[in-house]
Each structure stands twice: as structure tokens, then as C-alpha cells.
Design a protein. Structure first.
Ligand code: CP
Ligand code: NVA
Length: 322
């Protein structure tokens, strides 16, 4: 059976180990450990990535991560392939499965990545859809685990749109027992089915999940504040939507209500001056570039976990994790 990563809760019980694997592998690799440097489970494999939308972090982190794991990265931009013009997602999936060891896909409708996975005979990793961004959430929680020793006493607050990044962050935090608060304006709530899943994880893992429309209430005494653009890719520049986010900018005044060791997180790209000020983005407590780097390490763990699970397990054993 082939397993796919469409939303972050597809990893379920192994989530914490996937993150610990990434943290330890990054540490070993950076200190020049021979076992880590010579770990090439994707040797002889080509991993294909389809992009229907632009990308800086996802594309580069996948290409470099695949290379470091001994594989060959093949990036397929939508305008260069038949997908969506003269070929269905399902047919494209069956053809690519004959050549590739795994696929990543950045698409508009989440149904498209579900379709790709349905017809694929190799693992599919969602590289962002309008509904989910699981690779981002993995990197984000890896970053949180690097920054804070005791995740059970943490409060992570989201201030912004009810979007793809919020969905997977909410699932990821509740899966790890981290208290999660989200401030979103009326009319821009996250999808109800995702909130229901997160509520179940919060109950199971002993954490709290709270919604508010008041950003100040969400961030009060919180350790992390996270925001994202108010207008996502594929949405028009909507004047009304921008108005609804008045008071949602993460700025100096907002972070003053947080725990004194506050951190700022953002998936990037950021629209400086809209959802966040330069003061916050460039503050020493901003960890946005650690998040960006961790996209690669987290995805290396995820690719091994889904594409070469035996190698992931063996490396995990070597590192004392699994
Ligand atoms: N955070 C993120 O997915 O960035 P890109 O759009 O640059 O890939
Ligand atoms: N919510 C944003 C995230 C970009 C990484 C978007 O979908 O455009």
C-alpha cells in the first residue's frame, strides 16, 4: 500500500518522531557526521514536483533536500506539461508513477492533490493546496521544538486568515498537545471539518483549542504568534477582505501583551506593512528564517518516511529516535 501526505494529520502517531528525526539529522549533518552525509536513500530515484503556483521556499527546499538524499529532483511547471490542458490529473498521475519514486504537488483545489494521490502508485506529498500546507506545518513544529524544551506548557497563537497554513498548524499543535488559540475575523473562519479534527486531537492530547475575534486576547501571555498573508495565492486582491483584517497586524503593541520570551513566526512570503511590521519581522525574536530553513530538514524526514520507510527507520534507530 502507498501512503500519501495530503494533510499533516496523515502522519498521525509518528509526527513527533518525524520531527525529532529532522532535528537530529540536521544536527548531525551540520557537524559533518559521516553517516548523515552519506545517507542517500533516494539514490537511483527521481522525485517529481508539479507547480501550478509560484514558489521560492518549497521548490528550493525540495530540490536541495532531494539532492542531499542522493535523489534527482525534477521540477515540472504547469505551463510546460499537459496537465490541465489536454490531460486529466488522474492520467498524469498514472504516467508519472511509471517514472518517479515520489511526487510533490502544489495546486489550487485540494481535490486535485487528492486526485493525484488516488491514481498514484508512488507516494504523493502535498506541497500546498488551497486547503492544506502540511510540509509547512512540519517545518513549523520542528522549529517550535528546537526553540522550546517543554512543549506542553506552550501557547501558540494565530492572528490572521482562516487559511491553508492555519489549518495544518492547528492540526499539528493539537496533535502535539500544544495549546492553540486563533483569532480570525467573522467570515474568514477555518474550515469546520478541520476544526473538528483539531478539537478531537486537543481532547486526546490534553491541549486547548480556542477561537476568538480579538487578536489581543489570542496573544495574551502566548509564547508564539504566527501570521500569514491576508490574501492567499489564487484569491483576488479583495478590498473588503483587507478591511476585515483591520487590527490584525502583528506589531510592537501586539507582541507587548505576550510572554516576555515571545517568538514571531510566518510561513513567508510576508507582506511587510500589511500583516506584520518590519519591527516584528526583523526583531531578534523573529524565527521566520529558521522556519524557512527547516522546510528542507522536515521535508527530508517526510520524504524518507513516505518514500523509503525502511531507510527512515534505520536512520532513526542510528540516531536513537525510533
Ligand atoms: N512558505 C512557502 O510555501 O513558501 P513558497 O511559496 O515560497 O514555497
Ligand atoms: N496562505 C498562503 C501561503 C503561502 C505559502 C497561500 O496559500 O498563498
Amino acid at each position: 500500500m502507498v501512503n500519501h501526505l495530503l494533510a499533516i494529520d496523515d502522519v498521525k502517531k509518528d509526527f513527533k518522531n518525524i520531527l525529532s528525526w529532522a532535528i537530529e539529522f540536521k544536527r548531525l549533518w551540520k557537524q559533518g557526521d559521516e553517516v548523515a552525509l552519506n545517507f542517500m536513500p533516494l539514490d537511483t530515484m527521481t522525485i517529481g514536483s508539479i507547480y501550478e503556483k509560484p514558489s521560492t521556499r518549497t521548490r528550493v527546499s525540495f530540490e536541495v533536500g532531494i539532492d542531499r538524499l542522493g535523489g534527482n529532483a525534477l521540477t515540472l511547471l504547469k505551463n510546460d506539461i499537459q496537465l490541465g490542458k489536454s490531460e486529466t490529473v488522474g492520467d498524469t498521475s498514472q504516467v508519472l508513477s511509471r517514472f518517479l519514486g515520489g511526487m510533490t504537488y502544489r495546486c489550487f483545489a485540494h481535490a486535485d492533490v487528492e486526485e493525484l494521490a488516488k491514481y498514484a502508485t508512488v507516494p504523493v506529498l502535498n506541497a500546498l493546496s488551497a486547503k492544506h500546507h502540511p510540509c509547512q506545518a512540519a517545518a513549523d513544529l520542528m522549529t517550535v521544538m528546537e526553540q522550546f524544551d517543554d512543549r506542553h506548557n506552550l501557547i501558540v497563537a494565530w492572528v490572521g486568515d482562516g487559511n491553508n497554513v492555519l489549518h495544518d498548524l492547528m492540526l499539528a499543535c493539537t496533535m502535539l498537545g500544544i495549546e492553540f488559540r486563533y483569532a480570525v475575523p467573522e467570515g474568514y473562519e477555518p474550515d469546520e471539518d478541520v476544526v473538528e479534527r483539531a478539537k478531537k486531537y486537543a481532547i486526546k492530547n490534553g491541549s486547548k483549542l480556542t477561537r476568538t475575534v480579538d487578536p489581543k486576547e489570542a496573544v495574551e501571555d502566548a509564547h508564539v504568534v504566527y501570521t500569514d498573508v491576508f490574501i492567499s495565492m489564487g484569491e483576488e486582491h479583495l478590498e473588503d477582505k483587507m478591511k476585515a483584517f483591520k487590527g490584525y497586524q502583528v506589531n510592537q503593541e501586539m507582541v507587548e501583551g505576550m510572554d516576555e520570551g515571545w517568538r514571531f513566526m510566518h510561513c513567508l512570503p510576508a507582506h511587510r506593512g500589511d500583516e506584520v511590521t518590519d519591527w516584528v519581522m526583523d526583531h531578534e525574536n523573529s524565527i521566520v528564517f529558521d522556519q524557512a530553513e527547516n522546510r528542507m530538514w522536515a521535508q527530508m524526514s517526510l520524504m524518507c518516511y513516505f518514500i523509503t520507510p525502511d531507510a527512515w527507520g534505520a536512520m532513526g534507530e542510528f540516531m536513537g529516535i525510533v
